[in-house]
Design a protein around this ligand. Structure first.
Ligand code: CP
Length: 337
């Protein structure tokens, strides 16, 4: 999880690199960006989850000292309910403060044509961490390159959404006490769903996991991604019908078909409700311990009748865990004792 340094051209860069290497032993998160699940390994994920478990039990008043005097910039070029609110709540619940840009193409100097790199360099003068969402895949890597302070990817187009995947994986780990040897189902938009990409990357770090992928043919994972992930050892099995859902999955991870990624809205209309999570399907195919998950928002692909099922965690445990996982990440990244 080291911030890359392209070449060492000065003593100060060498000093920084050596300091980073030593720091990495005690806290692999300190000062780091969170751009992709590929940055993580088993040790760092389990460390994060054990600390999150502890933080959940803490006295909220005591947590207020952790980020006292720190400021986070939240810059969201795409709409958000959960990621924006839970990051804001997480930072404030640790005693920090936030600078908030929602809709910066209307409210910031981005509207005058300021580059994303310049914007980030300005925010770096005011704050300790940047949390950014952007519609273009790969933008967060550019932002992280441009500044020295940590940058957190809050979703980059169809790329990744690493903190959502971490909260999803934490929810699975909390229930089953493991992240290996799992059997899961992911349904909906595998092509454009950035949370799907991050969860698969995350679960591919642990051995023995199998994920069934249920989607219309047009919304399968890209062949490049399917090959890339499969080569890491995770078993991916593509299915085209709910009839092929195997019994006793550890989790079902339903997703929305991502309307905003379609150039032809007629295609979206045709595909949007290809697979609906119904009470009948849950009763017929889910195991008694199967977690019913969804990163949300939902737009018709889960019947509201499923919400009351005790296995359904998308409106309760998942978003709550999102706040706690983000609190722990901020604490570790900014390493306030
Ligand atoms: N899960 C998620 O990213 O939701 P928002 O788009 O509301 O942040």
């Amino acid at each position: 999880m080291l911030k890359p340094i392209k070449s060492i051209t000065s003593y100060s860069q060498l000093y920084r690199l050596i300091k980073d290497i030593f720091r990495n032993f005690s806290n692999p998160f300190e000062g780091k960006d969170v751009i992709s699940l590929d940055q993580f390994d088993k040790t760092s994920i389990i460390r994060l989850f054990k600390e999150t478990e502890e933080l959940k039990k803490s006295n909220p008043k005591e947590l207020l000292e952790i980020l006292k005097g720190k400021v986070a910039a939240l810059v969201f070029f795409e709409p958000s309910t959960r990621t924006f609110s839970s990051n804001t709540a997480a930072f404030k619940r640790l005693g920090g403060q936030t600078i908030e840009h929602q809709n910066p193409l209307v409210t910031s100097s981005a509207v005058k044509g300021e580059s994303i790199e310049d914007m980030a360099k300005m925010l770096e003068q005011y704050c300790d961490v940047i949390v950014m969402r952007h519609p273009i895949k790969g933008t967060l890597e550019k932002v992280a390159e441009a500044v020295e302070i940590p940058v957190i990817n809050a979703g980059d187009g169809i790329g990744e959404h690493p903190t959502q995947a971490l909260l999803d994986m934490f929810t699975i780990w909390e229930k089953f006490k493991k992240l290996n040897g799992l059997k899961g189902l992911m349904a909906g938009d595998m092509l454009n769903g950035r949370t799907v990409h991050s969860v698969i990357r995350g679960l591919s770090i642990f051995p023995g996991n199998t994920i069934y992928l249920l989607s219309p043919k047009e919304l399968r994972l890209s062949r490049e991604e399917f090959k890339l992930y499969s080569e890491r050892g995770i078993k991916l099995i593509e299915i085209e019908s709910t009839k092929d859902i195997p019994p006793d999955c550890n989790f079902w991870y339903w997703t929305r078909v991502q309307k905003e990624r379609f150039s032809d809205k007629r295609v979206y209309e045709r595909l949007k409700l290809s697979f609906i999570l119904t009470k009948k399907l849950v009763n017929g195919k889910a195991g008694k311990n199967t977690l019913l998950m969804h990163p949300l928002p939902r737009v018709g692909e889960i019947e509201t009748a499923v919400d009351a099922d005790k296995r359904a965690v998308y409106l309760t445990t998942e978003p709550k865990n999102g706040m706690y996982v983000r609190m722990t990440l901020f604490k570790l990244i900014l390493n306030n004792k």
